[in-house]
Ligand binder design. Structure first.
Ligand code: FES
Length: 273
Protein backbone atom coordinates (compact mmCIF):
# COMPACT_ATOMS: atom_id res chain seq x y z
CA UNK A 1 0.00 0.00 0.00
CA UNK A 2 1.22 3.51 -0.82
CA UNK A 3 0.08 6.09 1.69
CA UNK A 4 -1.02 9.60 0.70
CA UNK A 5 0.88 12.00 2.96
CA UNK A 6 -0.59 15.18 1.47
CA UNK A 7 -3.74 15.96 -0.47
CA UNK A 8 -4.59 19.32 -1.95
CA UNK A 9 -7.42 20.40 -4.24
CA UNK A 10 -5.67 22.76 -6.65
CA UNK A 11 -8.81 23.60 -8.61
CA UNK A 12 -11.98 23.12 -6.52
CA UNK A 13 -12.70 19.39 -6.67
CA UNK A 14 -11.47 18.85 -10.21
CA UNK A 15 -7.65 19.02 -10.04
CA UNK A 16 -6.08 17.16 -7.14
CA UNK A 17 -2.51 16.89 -5.84
CA UNK A 18 -1.44 13.74 -4.04
CA UNK A 19 1.97 13.39 -2.41
CA UNK A 20 2.50 9.66 -1.95
CA UNK A 21 4.98 7.76 0.19
CA UNK A 22 7.01 5.61 -2.24
CA UNK A 23 10.68 5.86 -1.17
CA UNK A 24 12.21 3.49 -3.72
CA UNK A 25 10.47 5.21 -6.63
CA UNK A 26 11.33 8.67 -5.25
CA UNK A 27 15.02 7.74 -5.15
CA UNK A 28 15.12 6.55 -8.76
CA UNK A 29 12.66 8.84 -10.57
CA UNK A 30 13.83 11.39 -13.12
CA UNK A 31 11.97 14.28 -14.83
CA UNK A 32 9.55 13.08 -17.50
CA UNK A 33 8.97 9.62 -16.05
CA UNK A 34 5.56 8.34 -14.99
CA UNK A 35 3.78 6.02 -12.57
CA UNK A 36 0.88 3.64 -12.94
CA UNK A 37 -1.51 3.84 -10.02
CA UNK A 38 -4.45 1.73 -8.86
CA UNK A 39 -6.85 2.93 -6.17
CA UNK A 40 -8.05 -0.60 -5.39
CA UNK A 41 -6.74 -4.09 -6.05
CA UNK A 42 -9.11 -4.59 -8.99
CA UNK A 43 -9.15 -0.94 -10.08
CA UNK A 44 -8.18 0.56 -13.44
CA UNK A 45 -4.49 1.25 -14.02
CA UNK A 46 -4.01 4.98 -14.56
CA UNK A 47 -0.71 6.40 -15.83
CA UNK A 48 0.33 9.74 -14.34
CA UNK A 49 3.57 11.59 -14.95
CA UNK A 50 5.19 12.81 -11.76
CA UNK A 51 4.95 16.51 -10.92
CA UNK A 52 7.66 16.28 -8.27
CA UNK A 53 9.76 13.88 -6.23
CA UNK A 54 11.47 14.21 -2.86
CA UNK A 55 14.13 11.55 -2.37
CA UNK A 56 14.77 12.62 1.24
CA UNK A 57 11.13 12.49 2.29
CA UNK A 58 10.63 9.40 0.10
CA UNK A 59 7.62 10.87 -1.69
CA UNK A 60 6.36 11.34 -5.23
CA UNK A 61 3.77 13.90 -6.25
CA UNK A 62 1.09 13.51 -8.90
CA UNK A 63 -1.48 16.05 -10.03
CA UNK A 64 -4.52 14.83 -11.92
CA UNK A 65 -7.81 16.07 -13.26
CA UNK A 66 -11.01 14.20 -12.46
CA UNK A 67 -12.14 13.03 -15.89
CA UNK A 68 -13.79 9.65 -15.21
CA UNK A 69 -14.61 6.97 -12.69
CA UNK A 70 -11.04 6.02 -11.79
CA UNK A 71 -9.77 9.57 -11.33
CA UNK A 72 -12.93 10.33 -9.29
CA UNK A 73 -11.99 7.37 -7.10
CA UNK A 74 -8.43 8.72 -6.80
CA UNK A 75 -9.84 12.13 -5.82
CA UNK A 76 -11.90 10.56 -3.05
CA UNK A 77 -8.72 9.34 -1.34
CA UNK A 78 -7.76 11.56 1.61
CA UNK A 79 -4.54 12.12 3.53
CA UNK A 80 -3.75 8.89 5.35
CA UNK A 81 -5.54 6.74 2.74
CA UNK A 82 -3.42 4.65 0.40
CA UNK A 83 -3.23 3.55 -3.21
CA UNK A 84 -3.43 -0.22 -3.58
CA UNK A 85 -0.66 -0.23 -6.16
CA UNK A 86 1.98 2.10 -7.55
CA UNK A 87 4.46 1.07 -10.26
CA UNK A 88 7.34 3.20 -11.42
CA UNK A 89 9.34 5.02 -12.40
CA UNK A 90 8.28 4.09 -15.95
CA UNK A 91 9.20 5.48 -19.35
CA UNK A 92 12.26 7.30 -20.54
CA UNK A 93 13.46 10.34 -18.65
CA UNK A 94 13.66 13.68 -20.44
CA UNK A 95 16.97 14.32 -22.21
CA UNK A 96 18.09 17.33 -20.23
CA UNK A 97 20.69 19.29 -22.13
CA UNK A 98 22.13 22.76 -22.25
CA UNK A 99 20.48 23.99 -25.42
CA UNK A 100 20.59 27.75 -24.71
CA UNK A 101 17.17 29.38 -24.82
CA UNK A 102 14.52 26.82 -23.90
CA UNK A 103 10.82 27.63 -24.08
CA UNK A 104 8.61 25.48 -21.84
CA UNK A 105 4.90 25.56 -22.69
CA UNK A 106 2.27 24.04 -20.42
CA UNK A 107 -1.49 23.79 -20.57
CA UNK A 108 -3.98 22.33 -18.08
CA UNK A 109 -2.54 19.53 -15.95
CA UNK A 110 0.33 19.35 -18.46
CA UNK A 111 1.82 22.14 -16.32
CA UNK A 112 2.36 19.56 -13.56
CA UNK A 113 4.29 17.30 -15.95
CA UNK A 114 6.29 20.26 -17.20
CA UNK A 115 7.33 21.39 -13.71
CA UNK A 116 10.25 18.98 -13.03
CA UNK A 117 11.40 19.28 -16.65
CA UNK A 118 11.49 23.09 -16.49
CA UNK A 119 13.39 22.90 -13.20
CA UNK A 120 15.95 20.47 -14.65
CA UNK A 121 16.34 22.60 -17.80
CA UNK A 122 17.02 25.64 -15.61
CA UNK A 123 19.50 23.70 -13.46
CA UNK A 124 21.31 22.61 -16.63
CA UNK A 125 22.08 26.27 -17.33
CA UNK A 126 19.43 27.09 -19.92
CA UNK A 127 17.70 30.45 -20.22
CA UNK A 128 14.08 29.61 -19.58
CA UNK A 129 11.00 31.22 -21.06
CA UNK A 130 7.84 29.66 -19.66
CA UNK A 131 4.44 30.06 -21.28
CA UNK A 132 1.43 28.71 -19.38
CA UNK A 133 -2.13 28.54 -20.63
CA UNK A 134 -5.39 28.10 -18.71
CA UNK A 135 -9.09 28.84 -18.96
CA UNK A 136 -8.82 31.39 -16.13
CA UNK A 137 -6.65 32.30 -13.13
CA UNK A 138 -8.29 29.59 -10.99
CA UNK A 139 -7.23 26.88 -13.43
CA UNK A 140 -3.57 27.88 -13.71
CA UNK A 141 -1.86 25.38 -11.42
CA UNK A 142 1.69 25.79 -10.02
CA UNK A 143 1.82 29.37 -11.30
CA UNK A 144 4.16 30.73 -8.60
CA UNK A 145 6.55 27.78 -8.77
CA UNK A 146 6.76 27.98 -12.55
CA UNK A 147 7.20 31.76 -12.46
CA UNK A 148 10.06 31.42 -9.94
CA UNK A 149 11.92 29.01 -12.24
CA UNK A 150 11.56 31.12 -15.38
CA UNK A 151 13.75 33.95 -16.66
CA UNK A 152 10.73 35.15 -18.62
CA UNK A 153 7.23 34.14 -17.55
CA UNK A 154 4.28 34.55 -19.91
CA UNK A 155 0.94 33.40 -18.50
CA UNK A 156 -2.03 33.35 -20.89
CA UNK A 157 -5.70 32.79 -20.17
CA UNK A 158 -8.90 32.52 -22.18
CA UNK A 159 -10.58 35.31 -20.18
CA UNK A 160 -7.55 37.49 -19.39
CA UNK A 161 -7.92 36.91 -15.61
CA UNK A 162 -4.25 35.94 -15.44
CA UNK A 163 -1.55 37.25 -17.77
CA UNK A 164 -2.65 38.21 -21.27
CA UNK A 165 -5.92 37.16 -22.85
CA UNK A 166 -5.27 34.56 -25.54
CA UNK A 167 -3.66 31.21 -26.18
CA UNK A 168 -0.15 29.92 -25.53
CA UNK A 169 0.38 30.01 -29.29
CA UNK A 170 -0.14 33.81 -29.26
CA UNK A 171 2.71 34.18 -26.77
CA UNK A 172 4.85 31.66 -28.67
CA UNK A 173 4.37 33.63 -31.91
CA UNK A 174 5.92 36.69 -30.28
CA UNK A 175 8.79 34.69 -28.80
CA UNK A 176 9.53 33.05 -32.16
CA UNK A 177 9.68 36.44 -33.86
CA UNK A 178 11.65 38.30 -31.21
CA UNK A 179 13.82 35.81 -29.34
CA UNK A 180 14.09 32.56 -31.29
CA UNK A 181 14.38 29.56 -28.96
CA UNK A 182 16.88 26.73 -29.36
CA UNK A 183 14.41 24.18 -28.02
CA UNK A 184 10.72 24.00 -27.13
CA UNK A 185 9.03 21.62 -24.67
CA UNK A 186 5.22 21.57 -24.95
CA UNK A 187 3.00 19.55 -22.62
CA UNK A 188 -0.76 19.83 -22.44
CA UNK A 189 -3.90 19.00 -24.42
CA UNK A 190 -3.28 17.27 -27.76
CA UNK A 191 -4.54 20.23 -29.88
CA UNK A 192 -2.16 22.54 -28.01
CA UNK A 193 0.87 20.29 -28.57
CA UNK A 194 -0.09 19.90 -32.23
CA UNK A 195 -0.46 23.67 -32.72
CA UNK A 196 2.87 24.40 -31.02
CA UNK A 197 4.65 21.76 -33.12
CA UNK A 198 3.21 23.21 -36.34
CA UNK A 199 4.42 26.67 -35.34
CA UNK A 200 7.98 25.60 -34.58
CA UNK A 201 8.29 23.31 -37.62
CA UNK A 202 9.13 26.08 -40.16
CA UNK A 203 11.83 27.36 -37.80
CA UNK A 204 13.39 23.90 -37.44
CA UNK A 205 13.32 24.18 -33.64
CA UNK A 206 13.62 20.87 -31.77
CA UNK A 207 10.19 20.46 -30.12
CA UNK A 208 9.53 17.89 -27.45
CA UNK A 209 5.99 16.81 -26.52
CA UNK A 210 4.82 14.40 -23.80
CA UNK A 211 2.04 12.06 -24.90
CA UNK A 212 -0.72 10.62 -22.74
CA UNK A 213 -2.29 7.72 -24.66
CA UNK A 214 -4.37 5.02 -23.00
CA UNK A 215 -2.00 2.66 -21.18
CA UNK A 216 -2.55 -0.74 -19.65
CA UNK A 217 0.59 -2.63 -18.62
CA UNK A 218 3.09 0.22 -19.00
CA UNK A 219 5.86 -2.17 -19.97
CA UNK A 220 5.60 -2.41 -23.77
CA UNK A 221 3.68 -5.71 -23.78
CA UNK A 222 0.04 -4.86 -24.56
CA UNK A 223 0.36 -2.33 -27.39
CA UNK A 224 -2.40 -0.18 -25.90
CA UNK A 225 -0.31 2.97 -25.89
CA UNK A 226 0.87 2.76 -29.50
CA UNK A 227 1.39 6.04 -31.33
CA UNK A 228 2.64 6.82 -34.82
CA UNK A 229 5.85 8.79 -34.80
CA UNK A 230 7.36 9.45 -38.22
CA UNK A 231 6.80 6.25 -40.16
CA UNK A 232 7.14 4.06 -37.08
CA UNK A 233 4.79 2.69 -34.45
CA UNK A 234 6.08 3.51 -30.98
CA UNK A 235 4.91 2.52 -27.53
CA UNK A 236 4.62 5.62 -25.38
CA UNK A 237 5.23 3.65 -22.17
CA UNK A 238 8.70 2.44 -23.11
CA UNK A 239 9.76 4.58 -26.11
CA UNK A 240 8.27 7.76 -24.60
CA UNK A 241 6.27 9.41 -23.19
CA UNK A 242 8.26 12.22 -24.89
CA UNK A 243 8.64 12.39 -28.64
CA UNK A 244 9.64 14.79 -31.39
CA UNK A 245 6.52 16.90 -31.89
CA UNK A 246 7.28 17.33 -35.60
CA UNK A 247 6.97 13.56 -36.16
CA UNK A 248 3.92 12.69 -34.02
CA UNK A 249 0.59 11.79 -35.65
CA UNK A 250 -1.57 13.90 -33.31
CA UNK A 251 -4.81 13.13 -35.19
CA UNK A 252 -4.28 9.38 -34.72
CA UNK A 253 -3.55 9.98 -31.03
CA UNK A 254 -6.79 11.98 -30.62
CA UNK A 255 -8.80 9.23 -32.28
CA UNK A 256 -7.39 6.58 -29.97
CA UNK A 257 -7.95 8.77 -26.88
CA UNK A 258 -11.61 9.18 -27.84
CA UNK A 259 -12.17 5.48 -28.60
CA UNK A 260 -13.66 4.65 -25.19
CA UNK A 261 -15.53 7.91 -24.45
CA UNK A 262 -18.93 6.19 -24.31
CA UNK A 263 -17.69 3.46 -21.95
CA UNK A 264 -16.02 6.12 -19.77
CA UNK A 265 -19.26 8.13 -19.62
CA UNK A 266 -21.31 5.07 -18.61
CA UNK A 267 -18.76 4.02 -15.97
CA UNK A 268 -18.80 7.54 -14.49
CA UNK A 269 -22.60 7.57 -14.35
CA UNK A 270 -22.67 4.16 -12.61
CA UNK A 271 -20.03 5.43 -10.17
CA UNK A 272 -22.20 8.43 -9.22
CA UNK A 273 -25.29 6.23 -8.59
FE1 FES B 1 1.03 -1.57 -22.95
FE2 FES B 1 2.46 0.57 -23.48
S1 FES B 1 0.89 0.40 -22.04
S2 FES B 1 2.53 -1.34 -24.48
Amino acid sequence: MFKIVKREALVASSVILHEIHAPRVARKAKPGQFLILKATETGERIPLTMADTDAEAGTVTVIFMVVGKSTALFASLKEGDAYADLIGPLGRATDIEKAGHVVCIGGGTGIAVLHPIARAMKQAGNRLTTILGARSADFMILKERMADLADTFLPMSDDGSVGKKGFVTDALKEVLEQDKPDMVVAIGPVPMMKAVSEMTRPYGIHTLVSLNPIMIDGTGMCGGCRVSVGDKVKFACVDGPEFDGHAVDFDGLSQRLNAYREEERTAMEDHKC
